[in-house]
Design a protein. Sequence first.
Length: 170
Amino acid sequence: MENFETNWVPKNLILDVDGVFTDGKIYQSAEGKIFKVFGPDDHDAINIIKKKLTVTVLSADKRGFEITKSRIERDMALDLYQVGSQDRVEWIREHFDPESCVYMGDGIFDPLVFQIVKYSLAPANASKRTQSEADYVTNSRGSEGAVAEACIHLLDQFFGGFKVAPNEII
């Protein structure tokens, strides 16, 4: 892990969906995907961190994209893009300065993204290889507060701590 005792402050937070916001499992009937499990605290933490960072969400799930869209775009008012797991390095380079980014992912291709961004996060349910490559691994699993924990960690690490007055809670 790099020493972040410098003045570097991230500008962008890029989050994967399945396995990070969700438990990563596929709930499917014979007719197709029927639902995804999202954590309840992640939305509150996102509302706090998006005052400090631009938050962007990526999903590789084509068949469950409408479910993801409903939660991420409609409920959380975040920008959501459908980007394949193997296409993320190129996509991030096209849309951001990777040196300004924090990325959170859990999958087997996410360490490739970790190599180009300045700071990386993984939830507790990430693959072992992905965890070993991340700068920080949450104690929480996807859909169980991993995004909320990551947001609090980022506030503590780069923005002077998690300080919210009661009138600021959304």
